[in-house]
Design a protein around this ligand. Structure first.
Ligand code: R1X
Length: 242
């Protein structure tokens, strides 16, 4: 048994989609041809099914790197060979707005966890074949505006007395901020598997005001739906290339 996910070892598919929210696991699962829930412990809901004949596991990892890292490690231990995060992010690029998508090429490691795993010079990068498959899949998604670029993974969501470094990374051409990708990319690289991420923009946060955060709008839900479509079709493409 994998202790945190509470699913049997070996029960995880080669292809895995992950998201923060356990409710979104079901939203994604409803797009599958068939599925069954194989575990639900804490914030970690795990579902397994098929999409166009490809076995796929959908799992939630909660908010933030430390909790998500546990999920990534156990998913890999359980059999994952390719993990795609389907999440949300705030845009750091004034041209990328609410409802757009971001395909992550890599992540700035402002996460407070991965420096405990490996020296800070080790890059948090997405797998090129996953990035390429997501971009090809996006060609088949209607009415989508997306950018492929770096993301900032930050552990703080609500600022304390210090400013969050959003302007700095916006000015250095980082596209978006979120809270889990660096751990996914570092852990995937350390364990020798592929990972990537496709993120729906839920606000432009260069002048960040957490009081304005509202991911519960139709424009965000629609973008998440597009991200799910692209991620599932990317999986089909990668499976066909094996
Ligand atoms: O990665 C971010 C975090 O999981 C995206 O949404 C949550 C809160 O911002």
């Amino acid at each position: 048994m994998l202790p945190i996910l509470k699913v049997p070892e070996g029960s995880i598919s080669k292809y895995v989609l992950v998201c923060g929210d356990p409710a979104r696991v079901l939203k994604i699962a409803e797009r599958l041809d068939d599925f069954e829930e194989i575990g639900y412990n804490r914030e970690y809901r795990t579902v397994k099914g098929h999409y166009r004949g490809v076995e796929v596991t959908i799992a939630s990892h909660g908010v933030g790197v430390p909790g998500a890292a546990l999920a990534f490690e156990e998913l890999i231990k359980g059999g994952a060979k390719t993990i795609i995060r389907v999440g949300t992010c705030g845009s750091l690029d004034p041209n990328i707005r609410d409802g757009d998508l971001v395909v992550a090429t890599g992540a700035v490691r402002e996460d407070g966890l991965t420096d405990q795993l490996v020296p800070i010079g080790y890059p948090a990068i997405a797998d090129f074949s996953v990035v390429r498959s997501l971009e090809v899949a996006l060609l088949g998604v209607r009415d989508v505006n997306y950018k492929t670029g770096m993301v900032l993974t930050l552990s703080a969501f609500y600022p304390g007395v210090l400013d969050l470094p959003l302007k700095l990374y916006s000015e250095t051409n980082v596209t978006a901020v979120e809270m889990e990708c660096s751990a996914l990319f570092v852990i995937a690289s350390l364990r020798g598997i592929r990972a990537g991420a496709i993120l729906a923009v839920d606000g432009v946060v260069i002048d960040y005001n957490p009081d304005e955060y509202d991911p519960h709008r139709t424009v965000v839900h629609k973008a998440v739906d597009k991200a799910i479509t692209a991620a599932l079709n990317a999986v089909v493409k990668m499976a066909s290339e094996e």
